[in-house]
Ligand binder design. Structure first.
Ligand SMILES: NC(=O)C1=CN([C@@H]2O[C@H](COP(=O)(O)OP(=O)(O)OC[C@H]3O[C@@H](n4cnc5c(N)ncnc54)[C@H](OP(=O)(O)O)[C@@H]3O)[C@@H](O)[C@H]2O)C=CC1
Ligand SMILES: Nc1nc2c(ncn2[C@@H]2O[C@H](COP(=O)(O)O)[C@@H](O)[C@H]2O)c(=O)[nH]1
Length: 323
């Protein structure tokens, strides 16, 4: 198997079919809704909060609220009372089961539930998927994170409606160093490998460092990408603002870091400072424009036309055949 990552792939242009990039449609369908772009901010405490999620839902973007120190029932109720879809995260522990019970009892079902644990190819995820199917059958279930085709096959078989791929490629991730495992450094290949067996949508999670990486993810089989670091430094982002030598930064820490956990136990994440840059709306608009350009380079008009292009592996030997 050939191994590569975002930095050593370039997509090859095909003859342009549009007069203007405005004709290129970046929208994507997931779970019965259509979203403006195939990118979602990571469900992390220093990336999203209630007001950001509300803004994203109201403006045609997908979101996944994080699962830390939050009342998921109240959050779901508030979003739905405002006519917006609710998209929450759950773990696999007792309090998560209690949340599901409370929702079922109240007759409230979030439109999207993401089961979000470090090692998603696990019996605990199988059990939670089964429980959710029984208690909240109307929810669209995303499960992860995983990094192998076997895991994708199992999660789909256990009831996941979409899988999330990426073990350790994140900017604040130290899984690779602490455990010796993961897709960090070859996330794009792992995505390609997983996409070959997937029969349901895949969310590529972690390692996106520039907007062109979104197009590369789509090319190799993603329906959506999840991004932390590019959103963590935005003006509205919930991380603490820190001034260093007159420059402003936002705190960005891993969900498995001691900063998020409140204790140093099974730590697989670190804290960094991201320079403050731009607004959420401005960044999303720029992403949309850049994806429109990607579609035009692909010689298409629709997002998934990007899947039709060929590519080269920089430092590799030959142009690859179509997937
Ligand atoms: N995408 C990635 O590469 C990673 C993401 N994260 C993020 O960090 C957050 C916290 O994750 P996590 O620690 O899983 O959440 P939790 O602390 O909620 O743990 C979830 C459950 O899985 C168990 N668990 C955790 N890791 C493993 C493992 N390697 N093998 C077997 N069981 C395990 C835990 O038990 P116990 O703690 O007792 O072992 C617990 O029962 C999540 O948001 C997750 O997405 C974390 C690491 C990697
Ligand atoms: N190994 C760890 N991965 C983590 C942790 N917290 C979050 N994450 C993952 O990173 C992505 C975001 O990656 P980025 O490259 O876009 O910044 C996020 O969605 C999680 O899957 C962690 O503590 N350890």
């Amino acid at each position: 198997m050939q191994i590569f990552d975002y930095d050593n792939i370039l997509l090859l242009p095909r003859q342009c079919r549009v007069q203007s990039r405005a004709e290129c449609n970046t929208s994507i369908e997931l779970g019965g809704r259509r979203f403006r772009i195939p990118a979602v901010p990571a469900n992390m405490k220093t990336v999203v909060n209630e007001s950001i999620c509300e803004w994203l839902a109201a403006n045609g973007y997908f979101y996944v609220m994080h699962r830390f120190d939050i009342d998921n029932l109240q959050f779901t109720r508030t979003m739905q009372d405002k006519g917006l879809f609710a998209s929450i995260s759950l773990g696999v522990k007792k309090p998560d089961y209690a949340t599901v019970d409370a929702m079922a009892e109240a007759g409230i079902t979030p439109e999207y539930i993401t089961i979000d644990i470090a090692h998603g190819h696990a019996d605990s995820v199988r059990d939670m998927l089964g429980y959710l199917k029984q208690k909240l059958p109307g929810a669209f279930l995303i499960a992860g994170n995983v990094g192998t085709p076997e895991a994708v096959i199992d999660l789909e078989r256990w009831g996941a409606d979409a899988t999330k791929i990426g073990i350790g490629p994140g900017k604040v991730c130290i899984t690779r160093l602490k455990t010796g495992f993961g897709t960090g450094g070859w996330q794009l290949s792992a995505l390609k490998w997983c996409a070959r067996v997937a029969t349901k949508p895949i969310i590529a999670d972690g390692g996106i460092r520039s907007h062109g990486d979104i197009a590369k993810s789509i090319r190799f089989g993603a329906t959506m990408v999840m991004i932390g670091s590019l959103f963590a430094g935005l003006e509205e982002s919930p991380g603490k603002t820190v001034e260093v030598d007159g420059e402003l930064f936002k705190e960005y820490y891993g969900s498995a870091s001691d900063f998020n956990k409140g204790e140093y136990k099974h730590v697989e994440g670190k804290r960094i400072l991201e320079p403050v840059r731009g607004s959420l709306a401005g960044t999303l608009t720029e992403m949309e424009q850049d994806i429109q350009s990607s579609i035009s380079y692909a010689g298409g008009t629709e997002l998934l036309d990007i899947r039709k292009v060929n590519y080269v592996v920089l430092g590799g030997e030959n142009t690859q055949d179509l997937m």
